[in-house]
Design a protein around this ligand. Structure first.
Ligand SMILES: *Cc1c(COP(=O)(O)O)cnc(C)c1O
Length: 363
């Protein structure tokens, strides 16, 4: 606390990001980074952009990147918004689209940054409980008489559970709430089984109230570059542009723009790395289950698991002693779960060895 702080600052409860330890040789499975690294073409483009033109401002409208994303996702460039990480895109959406007279509705178990933005921007919100299996029930988001959401936000797949909501359920929610913006945060959607066709981007053309947010941090392995984007009808995108141009005209620097563009152009690298994560996930889930873990079905690059015979916080601490870090949230309903990022095959093998060790020693 400081006498120099504003009242707003006094009232904030900031988000606590997963730890980024300085130690080498850690098996780091706590922040859902991608073990396979960015496209080599993206790295080459970043190197090539490291030149004299850095004295010039970047394109404030990221036109070239919007064009390749529009092409990749079969929308028009006017339906794309770009930000400095999807966290920034979300922040602009909270103040620009989700703040209303009526409260914002979100699941009770969800990305823990959402309530933080509500605190920052003075947005009232209501937490709608997921069912006992952490499934979101679309009917809970239907307006009931005068009781309806001012706006709705949820991740799909959900974080930190990894559960995927089928596209038909999303459409029910979006269609039932034509007065409310529905924001679907698809940070992990690229790790869903491709045959599920789960992305709500397919619905954007039909619903002016739908905004879909993506990030380059997970599936494109560019968490360090900070790129996120939103896809929605032009009406929503211009709202985001107004907020962005009232905050920072140049959210993406020249290196980020160059790297992001080359990353989108390297579709094979993207597909291969997503496929590898999906394959490793299936193995990891089976191995965890064989050790007695209960694992929530995951469409993300992490699994959410608990062991009925072992306290989650204690398990996390014992993994840490073995130089493996996973994420534990000490919050209601999920305090007995661990969120474990899908690493490469060696990292997952190290994790399973450690679990085996710990569980045997406890018998
Ligand atoms: C990781 C994550 C983000 C943030 O991604 P950045 O683009 O790195 O800011 C947003 N939403 C969810 C649900 C996430 O897990």
């Amino acid at each position: 606390m400081s006498r120099y702080w504003s009242t707003v600052t006094h009232g904030l409860i900031p988000y606590v990001p997963g730890e980024q330890p300085v130690l080498d040789n850690l098996v780091k499975l706590n922040t859902n980074e991608n073990p396979y690294g960015p496209s080599p073409r993206a790295l080459a483009a970043i190197r090539a952009a490291t030149e004299d033109s850095l004295r010039l401002y970047p394109d404030p409208d990221a036109k070239a990147l919007k064009a390749v994303l529009a092409n990749r996702y079969r929308v028009s460039p006017a339906q794309v918004f770009i930000g400095n990480g999807s966290d920034e895109v979300l922040a602009h959406a909270f103040i620009g689209l989700l703040k209303n007279e009526r409260p914002l509705w979100m699941p009770d178990v969800t990305y823990s940054f959402y309530p933080v933005y509500c605190g920052l921007y003075g947005i009232e919100y209501r937490q709608i409980p997921l069912d006992d299996d952490f499934i979101l029930r679309p009917e809970d988001y239907s307006p009931c008489g005068e009781d309806r959401a001012g706006a709705i936000i949820f991740p799909n797949p959900n974080a930190p559970t990894g559960r995927l909501l089928p596209l038909a359920d999303i459409e029910r929610i979006v269609a039932a709430n034509p007065e409310a913006v529905v924001l679907v945060d698809e940070a992990y959607i690229d790790f869903a089984d491709p045959s599920d066709n789960a992305s709500a981007i397919a619905l954007v053309g039909c619903y002016p109230n739908l905004l879909v947010v993506h990030t380059f941090s997970k599936s494109r392995a560019l968490a360090g570059l900070r790129i996120g984007f939103a896809i929605g009808q032009h009406e929503l995108i211009t709202g985001l542009e107004r907020v962005k141009n009232s905050f920072n005209s140049y959210p993406l620097d020249r290196l980020a723009l160059a790297g992001a563009l080359a990353s989108v152009e390297d579709e094979p690298w993207f597909q291969t790395s997503c496929r590898k994560v999906i394959a490793t996930r299936a193995t990891l889930i089976a191995q965890c289950q064989a050790l007695g873990f209960e694992v929530i079905p995951s469409a993300a690059n992490f699994v959410f698991a608990r062991h009925p015979g072992f306290d989650a916080a204690r398990l996390a601490a014992m993994l840490r002693q073995r130089a493996i870090i996973v994420r534990h949230f000490n919050t209601p309903r999920i305090a007995q779960y661990l969120r474990i990022t899908i690493g490469d095959d060696n990292q997952c093998a190290a994790l399973i060895d450690a679990f085996r060790d710990i569980l045997h020693a406890a018998q």
